[in-house]
Design a protein around this ligand. Sequence first.
Ligand code: SF4
Ligand code: SF4
Length: 134
Amino acid sequence: MAEAPDSRTESICVGCGLCCDGTVVTHLAVSDESDLGLPLRGLGVELIYEADPPVFALPCPAVAAGECTIYGLHRPHACHVYECALSSSVLNGERSQVEARSIIAEVLDARSRSGSDPGAERRVADLVAEYFLA
Ligand code: SF4
Ligand code: SF4
């Protein structure tokens, strides 16, 4: 998930944040309030206990410009371990960082037009299904 700026040369996640802003996944699971943690609770995040395990809804209020603004503070365990298929494909050598960043840029571009363009909205959904959830 969205990483700190000092990871910029190493991770495609910096400047992406599509898993934090609700584009790739809609909720993240946590074990309890302590796992959610004070920083997110301070930002007004509430747990949905109807789910088992409990979840919180995305977009996360801590993501800004594709980066996690509480990266050095307590974050839920899910934030540490979540890895989308695109990130996995880079880490296992199937895809270059350049190619992955280009896919992320295409999603961000389509998403910026999706409010007024149903075709762009479908393009976001297609790209997410093809590259991030596969
Ligand atoms: S590359 Fe994947 S794991 Fe990394 S921030 Fe983007 S959506 Fe999240
Ligand atoms: S706490 Fe940070 S890493 Fe976790 S969902 Fe929010 S922005 Fe993403």
